[in-house]
Design a protein around this ligand. Structure first.
Ligand code: CS2
Length: 496
């Protein structure tokens, strides 16, 4: 390979000879969007839409540059890498036939780390040029009790920022601090655009922020209620964790040194409600879909795609599958997934205009089968405690109410118990459990031997599901079966 080029502004002209680079003048870009939570997903999705917009409409779109924000200490690495690379990073789209298409993305033009000093972040959010604050803070970042949906005031960070509004720690502290400044200075409010996998993500962000703000400053809360809009959105693109081999591939193939590229599948979708209090980018010109009500799309995606991922992930982890595509290659897993989607998820869905659900499910199976993106089961299983209540337990609740089928979902919950208890697959190989609730889950799961319902008695996750006779009976049977013999594939096969 030719000489190695580090990814930064100074090398762009040279890098451009090897792979596509931003075709717009990055010096001209103004910051109109503040994004909190710059993970792989944001960089494969919203930042790409924004990049495409800047590329297409250079001068007319130039007010929509993005400033990334990290509010946790854990964001230091991405802050340091992006700062060194002038906000530039490579997006590698991995096609099922093995082709990898890299492209340098240029819409992130600045990055601030609130963990060091929250003031520059608050100032930037309060700046009149900022029109939108967007969020990918993960399901867990919304700080609600998964079973009741209520705001968790016990979180020590929340208690801290209620006492010290000038030193925020969570997204709620930052948003209220910045909105307070805007209100005092007579600057119009920004839109808060949630891009997380939560049904009614905008409504949830609104309810949580208002609950917090009311406790902190009731007049500000009233102003937020009137002035800030919170569009709901459905976001979709499978974005695996970046591996060292992705980094090496860029260096070996293109002589490009990017410390943190992002990989993703070719599929890309964004459905948003057109509810913006202070203007918005013309994302519809680059493929996003603006609709009056996004709820049926969100529900469809969460209950089929995200739930489907968890079904494969938790059962796959115990079986010993390492990637989602290896789950799909396994006929029992792929049939089980389809049966779950057809008999337990689909009956809870509303009709979505213009979408043929059978085709949608076919396309999910194809996307999951992409052998080139190697989406890890460990990514899917990470933070299951924040995901399952939204992805799967709501479906279970509805099926219990409507006397629908619950067996396939129940097995997944029993598998989650075994997984949390043992931290091993069926062959005794260790599984690394990444979950903020890992200890509590483990403690509850461990009691299964003496009390088969112990795991589902965790009310913050399951509400009073343990008291539902039908579910409790089915769950007991399945959890005991797995504990007797963790060959989950055999159990799945018997259910097809
Ligand atoms: C996954 C999602 O986190 C998960 O468990 O289901 O990250 C999924 O890949 C994305 O929502 C796809 O849009």
């Amino acid at each position: 390979m030719e000489n190695i080029l580090y990814l930064n502004n100074g090398n762009l002209a040279e890098i451009q000879k090897r792979i596509p680079c931003p075709d717009f003048d990055r010096n001209e870009i103004e910051i109109g969007i503040i994004h909190i939570g710059v993970g792989g997903f944001h960089r494969a999705h919203q930042a790409l839409y924004t990049h495409n917009l800047l590329e297409k409409f250079n001068s007319s779109g130039k007010q929509w540059g993005i400033c990334g924000i990290g509010i946790r200490e854990a964001d230091r690495k991405i802050h340091d890498v992006l700062t060194k690379q002038n906000g530039l990073y490579t997006l590698m789209v991995k096609h099922p036939d093995g082709e990898v298409k890299p492209q340098v993305i240029g819409s992130l033009v600045d990055f601030l780390l609130g963990a060091d000093d929250p003031n520059p972040v608050i100032e930037r959010m309060a700046n009149p040029h900022t029109k939108i604050v967007s969020l990918t803070i993960t399901e867990g970042g919304y700080n609600f009790n998964p079973a009741t949906g209520e705001f968790n005031f016990e979180n020590p960070d929340i208690q801290h920022e209620l006492k010290h509004p000038e030193r925020p720690k969570t997204v709620y502290g930052y948003l209220t601090a910045a909105l307070r400044k805007r209100r005092e200075a007579g600057i119009p409010a920004f839109t808060i655009m949630s891009c997380d996998n939560i049904q009614h993500n905008g409504d949830v962000a609104r309810n949580m922020l208002l609950t917090f703000a009311k406790k902190q400053d009731s007049e500000l809360a009233e102003w937020i209620e009137k002035e800030v809009s919170f569009p709901n959105s459905m976001v979709d693109r499978i974005t695996p964790v970046t591996t060292q081999s992705d980094i090496d591939y860029l260096e070996k193939t293109y002589g490009l040194k990017d410390e943190w590229p992002v990989t993703c599948e070719p599929f890309l979708q964004w459905v948003i409600e057109d509810k913006f209090s202070n203007g918005r980018p013309g994302y519809e010109k680059v493929g996003a879909q603006f609709v009056p009500d996004v709820k049926p799309y969100e529900k469809m995606k969460l209950r089929l795609l995200n739930a489907g991922h968890s079904v494969l992930g938790l059962l796959g982890a115990i079986h010993g599958h390492k990637t989602i595509n290896s789950c799909i290659e396994d006929e029992v897993f792929s049939k089980y997934l389809r049966k779950f989607m057809d008999t337990e998820a689909t009956p809870t869905l509303d009709k979505v205009q213009g979408i043929d659900l059978d085709k949608y499910k076919d396309s999910l199976q194809e996307r999951f089968a992409n052998p080139n993106i190697k989406d890890s089961v460990s990514r899917i299983c990470s933070e299951t405690s924040a995901k399952l209540p939204k992805f799967l337990i709501e479906t279970l609740d509805e099926n219990l109410t409507n006397n629908g089928s619950i067996e396939l979902t129940t097995l997944v919950i029993a598998a989650w118990c075994y997984y949390s208890d043992k931290g091993k697959d069926k062959n005794g190989q260790p599984i690394e459990i990444i979950d903020v609730m890992a200890n509590e889950l483990h403690e509850a799961a461990k009691r299964t031997i003496t009390d088969p319902l112990a795991f589902i008695k965790q009310e913050s996750l399951f509400g009073d599901l343990a008291k539902n006779k039908r579910f409790a009976t089915s769950y007991t049977e399945k959890v005991q079966e797995i504990y007797k013999n963790p060959d989950v594939k055999k159990i799945m096969e018997s259910m097809l």
